[in-house]
Every structure is written in C-alpha cells, then in structure tokens.
Design a protein around this ligand. Structure first.
Ligand code: UTP
Length: 291
C-alpha cells in the first residue's frame, strides 16, 4: 500500500473577504492569537505524519515561505539577548517539515492550484489542506481521513453539515451509506460547487481537507471553469468519481473557516481561552463586558 507522505497547501487565493487586511499580507499569515493561521495547518500536517509540503502561492505571498524558513538575523539577536524560549519557538518553525513552493501565476481556481502540483506529488496519493480552515480535535482531521485511506486506498474528503441558509457558499455532496462499522463514512454519489439552495443535493459540505488519488490530475485536465469562472476542485473530483470511488468522512472536531471575518473572531476568542498564559485574564476581561 502506498503511504500518503506529501501535502499540498493551496494559498494563492486573493483573500477578498478579508480586505483591506489582505491587500499586502496573505490571509494565511493573519494570526490567531500569536500564530499565523497557516502554521496551525502545517502543524496538523506534521501531526498527521506528512513528510513534505508544497505551498501553492501567488503574488505577494512570500511571507509564507519566509515564515517556514530560517531567519538567521532574528535567531542571532534572540541568542544575544538570552531569549532562549523565543529562539526555540522560532527555530522549531523552520525545522518542522520540508517545504517548497510553486507559483500559481493567475488565480484560476482551487482545482487549477492543485493541478499545477502534479510534478511534486507524481503518482502518489497526497493530502490537500486549505490554509483557511482550522480544525480542532484530539485526533487531527487529516489523520481521521488517513484511517479511511488506509482501509480503502481511495480518495476521501472531509465533510460537515452546514446550515441550509449557507449551502450556496460550499461544495456539497450527495452520499450513500457504506457498509462499515464507522457511521461517519459515506460514499459520494454526486457533488456540486456553490449551487443555489434549491439545487443543493444535501447540506453536507466539503471542508478544506482531502486525500486524493493521482487520478485526480487526469480528471482536472478535463475540467472546465465552473462556479465563479474558476477551475473548481469539486468539479475535478466529480470527474474522478466517474472513474473510481470517492468517499466522504464526517470528521470529528470543530472547524473554523478563518477566511470569514466572524469565524476568524470566534477562533481568536476560543483559541485565546485555551491558552494557559492568557485564559485567566482574558476570561476576566470577557466577563467584565457589559453585553
Ligand atoms: P477561497 O475562495 O476560500 O480563497 O479558496 P480566496 O479566493 O483567497 O478567498 P476570498 O473568497 O477571495 O476571500 C479556497 C482555497 O483555495 C486557494 C485559496 O488560497 C484558499 O486556500 N486558492 C483559491 C488558490 O490557491 N488558487 C486559486 O486560484 C483560488
């Protein structure tokens, strides 16, 4: 059985929902408390056993690569100042995992972003992590998908129920049960990206974690622009589904779409409340608010 070792992190989107913050700063670098969102995602990849990451970046996204690279000047300064704790934090980020990047010259869509990583992933199955979805659970979301992959050696996407009012913001799946001890596992029959509510096949939405078989590249080559005029990964997966099974897994955990302002704020508050060094004072402050 082929292990899933390589991770693709598409991060070339324009982040228009977060303007003006994202005019000169990649949205993946916006911090939740004191860590850029993309670091939470990379940590999930490390915890799930991945060995190699490729970021798909675009114009103005150099900070992402810099963040995971060594910064000798900063390290030297921290050493001089005797700030060993900070030095360790900064160095650990650079040593976490091997990273490389590829440039998506035009934001032609998530499907296109994945398509251009073919030379990196080759003919191996690979993981895709979207940089603006953070999932919190004691078993990382991607690790949950890997358990399904280990059993079926097939593509699997993470899904969750979303309110019907918001279905048209998501890729949605129509599913059928699978004979399995795990009721969270489903087989996808159909999928559609950002449909009007009345055309949604369900309220089960694809979120930003996927394990994909290499056949997806063939399918993506045949995919034409869809919703929003972009080459959609969902449409590519639909093509793949005609050739081989694709599974959906209703993962366990809390997901924050931090590309969305309200969810970004919620994530910030909840993450701060989990932090030992902040929780007490922050909770006192929240309690003092006359809401
Ligand atoms: P989103 O639609 O959430 O990202 O794409 P966006 O376009 O940056 O955000 P808004 O809607 O304008 O605020 C989902 C993921 O796909 C990546 C994004 O970086 C994000 O991680 N993406 C999207 C690409 O890498 N390339 C693209 O052409 C489009």
């Amino acid at each position: 059985m082929e292990r899933v070792r390589k991770a693709v992190i598409p991060a070339a989107g324009m982040g228009t929902r977060f303007l003006p913050a994202t005019k000169a700063i990649p949205k993946e670098m916006l911090p939740i408390v004191d860590k850029p969102t993309i670091q939470y995602v990379v940590e999930e990849a490390v915890q799930s056993g991945f060995e190699d990451i490729i970021f798909v970046t675009g114009q103005g996204k150099n900070e992402i690569e810099d963040h995971f690279d060594y910064d000798y000047r900063l390290e030297h300064r921290l050493k001089e100042q005797g700030k060993e704790d900070l030095l360790r934090i900064v160095r650990n980020i650079s040593e976490m995992i091997a990273v490389s990047s590829i440039r998506q010259k035009k934001p032609l869509g998530l499907g296109h972003a994945v398509q251009i990583t073919e030379a990196f992933t080759g003919d191996e199955p690979f993981g895709v992590f979207l940089g603006d979805d953070i999932v919190v659970h004691k078993v990382p979301c991607m690790k949950q998908l890997l358990t399904v992959y280990d059993r079926y050696q097939a593509s699997v996407v993470a899904v969750e129920e979303v309110p019907w009012e918001s279905v048209s913001r998501f890729g949605l799946v129509a599913v059928e049960p699978v004979e399995s001890k795990d009721p969270r596992l489903l087989r996808i029959r159909d999928m559609v990206e950002k449909p009007p509510r009345e055309e949604a096949p369900s309220n089960l939405a694809i979120i930003g974690r996927y394990i994909l078989m290499p056949g997806v590249f063939q399918a993506l080559k045949k995919t034409t622009p869809g919703a929003g005029g972009e080459i959609q990964l969902t449409d590519g997966l639909r093509g793949l589904m005609e050739l081989e099974p694709v599974y959906a897994y209703r993962f366990e955990g809390t997901r924050y779409d931090v590309g969305n302002k309200l969810e970004y704020l919620i994530a910030t508050v909840e993450f701060a409340l989990r932090r030992e060094d902040l929780q007490e004072e922050f909770r006192d402050y929240l309690r003092s608010l006359k809401l």
